[in-house]
Design a protein around this ligand. Structure first.
Ligand code: AMP
Ligand code: DBH
Length: 539
């Protein structure tokens, strides 16, 4: 079958090598689930509130939904934006689409009109799948706004009360014969945290993703007894694949979905469901640690806590084992591919002070200077990588790809790291214009463009400011056109534009001009230093 337009394949020589190595097996995600359901149909695959779906039930629902989506006119390689909270339907929908060869585009529950409209338009989506309500927010209202902005979007499918839209419950048709996709083709489009004006989409193939999932499950020692608590947003690459929910399905284990990651909700779940492994971002790990001190919850079954998405400092990392009674694993990954893990055999020094080493012996990891010259171990430089599960290009992004990848296919991660002789990496900073808000990535340019749309704003620069809890928050420096403007007005303006809450600047500072670099660009380093000093002085 022809490849998706806008997808950059691996050079055939590399693809062949990955197949010969047994990394790319030719199995699709849909087939993987079918095989598991055949091996142990009655084992529980997913726990979602009071509902428990066996592997056979999940498998059957996926086949039914593949037929139902086909009835709506959705076919191979059609894009479907999926924005669901942590509910079991996420899996029946995604596996249904995988079997059809249609491509889920993973949105986060926090996304709003600006982001969702962009995904629908950019990916030319035929359908948008939502839940009715979550966390007090009505996604049907959002869907109406998106439909008004993107008339090419044909269907809105709702898990729950559908109102005028299509109910997911009504899409469980009698299964039909399907050709199914090929494993070398794109399976879905994952989101990038980005650093440019508009969020980029990441095409991942069945072959490459399943390799990273299988290898991750092995590194984490997952087996049929694994009970994985999914507390982070289910569509995020970390809980989806590192080894995440897909790793657990591959191992024949059980997924327990938590609607919220707060200790109130998850501590009892860990006890009652016998959770053995979970994944958190650093701020949540800190909340769990502090809460565990006070409440002394029953967490006996929990063996492994994975922490990643943003840097987990050594001072906190060393508290995990004594205070939660489970092992820590640091995870440094990216939706573009490369994932690093600390390993069970690592010393405490490595465990607490590094963000792990790459999954695969065939991950090619380079640390280079500003001129792309390789640096010796121990020196700080730019992380470049290519390998069996790292993309060679963003979806439909030729111009950006020329900058984001080297001519020989290395992805420029934008991360500043040091490598130890063991291959372990420490993440020490970032060259990309992004704020990492406790694991939520904010592309500076995207937010600046929204700010610049305000008639009173002449210029805008978004930078990171230090924060004890999130690691970083965002601060917008604004030069106005002269008219007085209050921070609350600007924040309201962004909300009305439909920007996700986590991208709204945490602080706004008005200035008369920006400091400039030698070549006349906005000197963001100087702005970061200015806000850091201001915060230090007022603390
Ligand atoms: P994305 O490309 O949006 O999937 O985000 C991946 C980025 O998150 C990486 O390139 C890093 O900048 C950051 N990141 C992920 N895990 C860690 C970690 N453990 N420590 C520091 N930064 C991390
Ligand atoms: O931050 C990330 O994107 C991330 C973190 C840990 C990731 O994509 C992953 C593991 O797979």
């Amino acid at each position: 079958m022809s490849q998706l337009t806008g997808f950059t394949p691996w050079p055939e020589q590399d693809a062949q090598r990955y197949r010969e190595l047994g990394y790319w097996t030719g199995e699709t995600l849909g087939a993987m689930l079918q095989r598991k359901a055949g091996e142990h149909p009655d084992r529980i695959a997913i726990v979602c509130g009071k509902r428990r779906w066996s592997y056979a039930e999940l498998d059957a629902k996926a086949d039914q939904l593949a037929a139902g989506f086909a009835r709506l006119g959705i076919g191979a390689q059609d894009r479907v934006v999926v924005q669901l909270p942590n509910v079991a339907e996420f899996f029946s929908v995604c596996f249904g689409l995988f079997r059809l060869g249609a491509l889920p585009v993973f949105a986060l529950p926090a996304h709003r009109r600006a982001e969702i409209s962009h995904f629908c338009r950019f990916a030319d989506a035929k359908a948008y799948v939502i839940a009715d309500l979550d966390g007090g927010f009505d996604y049907r209202t959002l869907a109406r706004e998106v439909q008004a902005e993107v008339p090419t979007l044909r269907h809105v499918v709702v898990a729950g009360e559908a109102a005028e839209f299509t109910a997911l419950a009504d899409l469980h048709d009698t299964p039909i014969e399907l050709a199914g996709p090929s494993a070398g083709g794109v399976a879905f489009l994952q989101l990038s945290g980005g650093s440019t004006g508009l969020p980029k989409l990441i095409p991942r193939t069945h072959d490459d993703y399943l390799y990273s999932v299988r290898a991750s499950a092995e590194i984490c020692g997952l087996d049929q007894d694994a009970v994985y608590l999914c507390a982070l947003p289910v569509a995020h690459n970390f809980p989806l694949s590192s080894p995440g929910t897909l790793g657990v399905l591959h191992a024949g284990g059980r997924i327990v979905l938590a609607r919220r990651p707060s200790p109130d909700e998850v501590f009892p779940l860990i006890g009652t469901e016998g959770v053995t492994i979970t994944a958190l971002v650093p701020p949540l790990a800190m909340v769990w640690l502090d809460s565990a001190r006070q409440r002394r919850p029953e967490l006996k079954t929990l063996k492994l806590l994975q922490v990643g998405g943003a840097k987990f400092g050594a001072e906190v990392a060393c508290r995990v084992l004594p205070e939660l009674g489970c092992r820590l694993q640091q995870v440094f990954g990216m939706a573009e591919g490369l994932v690093n893990y600390t390993r069970p055999e690592d010393s405490d020094e490595l465990l607490h002070h590094t963000q792990g080493r790459a999954i695969s012996p065939h991950d090619e990891v380079r640390v280079v200077d500003d001129e792309d010259r390789d640096l010796p171990d121990g020196e700080l430089g730019h992380l470049l990588t290519r390998g069996p599960y790292t993309i060679r290009g963003y979806y439909l992004a030729d111009e950006h790809n020329a900058r984001a990848f080297t001519t020989d296919g290395y992805y420029r991660t934008g991360d500043l790291v040091r490598r130890l002789p063991s291959g372990h990496l420490t993440v020490e900073g970032r060259a990309k214009d992004q704020i990492n808000r406790g694991g939520d990535k904010v592309a500076a340019e995207e937010v600046e463009n929204h700010l610049l749309a305000h008639p009173a704003v002449h210029d805008a620069a978004l930078v990171a400011m230090p924060d004890a809890y999130l690691g970083e928050r965002s601060c917008a420096f604004i030069v106005t056109r002269g008219d007085p403007l209050r921070p609350v007005e600007l924040m309201r303006f962004l909300r009305e534009r439909g920007v996700a809450q986590y991208k709204i600047p945490d602080r706004i500072e008005f200035v008369t001009e920006f400091p400039k670099t030698g070549v006349g660009k906005v000197n963001k380093r100087a702005l970061r230093e200015r806000i850091a000093e201001l915060i230090a002085a007022t603390d």
